[in-house]
Design a protein around this ligand. Structure first.
Ligand code: FE
Ligand code: FE
Ligand code: ZN
Length: 279
């Protein structure tokens, strides 16, 4: 996954790897710097996405922001990043921006959720189009978002729930203790009951190095982890998920992702969902 400034180059890579959507970082994922694409890069990006009929494009906020933090400087930084990046990605015509809800670092889930809600309210502008997605998390440390209930509380708390959706990460939900291997239908029923399937806008398709319910976040290549190929193929081909974009976040380079996408397409008889990569 590249940074927003490399938008056109990334779109070219996507075409070369025979994918049809993409996820990018909205800025440096481990820092705070960014470079916006030039008008020529924007033009090229739009040309490619139209020509190759890309599905919805996803921007990922940096890992360094924590909107649940009680530390003022950390919180202010997160508020600025999410506000700026929603506006920046919106102006590029990107459909969704996903972020990790955050870690409460001791103040408790409820208090952390209050911070997230206030942070989202100051970031979502009245006239914007972009949807902000809450990612389902593995629940390592004091991470918020390993329970669907946390994400519901955030969505129900904001002024504009219509602008807040969910991104389901298969590695994260599995390590959080949702059994997508033996009971995918049950997990989707639970998701629907708590959040509503209409809020689900994207899937991060990853295998997991760590076992079920371990609350550890280590992505593995498709079919090489504890979830396994068959279960991930059932996710990809589930009728309730048929119209969603899938993004690979497996530890591979572009050539590896191209292979992985080709392999997945071969294994699915009627496969039309958009797919792509990061690392
Ligand atoms: Fe993520
Ligand atoms: Fe993810
Ligand atoms: Zn992860």
């Amino acid at each position: 996954m590249s940074i927003a400034g490399g938008l056109a180059k990334t779109a070219e890579n996507v075409v070369a790897m025979e994918a049809n959507t993409m996820q990018i970082f909205s800025r440096n994922p481990r820092g705070s710097g960014y470079r916006d694409p030039t008008p020529a890069e924007r033009e090229r990006f739009w040309q490619l996405r139209r020509e190759h009929r890309f599905g919805a494009i996803l921007a990922h906020a940096p890992y360094t922001m924590n909107l649940a933090s009680a530390q003022e400087r950390v919180y202010e930084f997160a508020c600025t990043v999410i506000r700026e990046d929603l506006a920046r990605m919106d102006s590029l015509g990107i459909e969704n921006l996903v972020f990790h809800p955050g870690s409460h670092t001791g103040i408790g889930v409820e208090e952390g959720i209050h911070h997230i809600i206030a942070g989202l309210d100051q970031a979502i502008s009245e006239e914007g189009q972009i949807t902000v997605l809450l990612e389902t998390m593995s629940g390592k440390g004091t991470e918020i978002g390993d329970r669907f209930e946390h994400l519901r509380a955030i969505r129900e708390g904001v002024k504009r729930p219509d602008r807040v959706g969910i991104c389901l990460d298969t590695c994260h939900v599995f390590s959080a203790g949702y059994d997508i291997v033996n009971d995918l239908d049950g997990v989707l029923e639970e998701f629907d009951r708590i959040l509503g399937l209409s809020t689900l806008r994207a899937v991060h398709l990853n295998d997991s190095m760590m076992p079920f319910g371990s609350h550890k976040d280590r992505h593995s290549c498709i079919g090489k982890g504890e979830i396994g190929l068959e279960a991930l193929l059932r996710v990809l081909s589930h009728p309730l998920l048929a119209n969603l974009p899938f993004y690979l976040e497996t530890p591979l380079d572009d050539a590896g992702h191209k292979e992985e996408i080709r392999f997945l397409r071969e294994r699915l008889s009627c496969f039309s969902a958009p797919l792509l990569h990061l690392s």
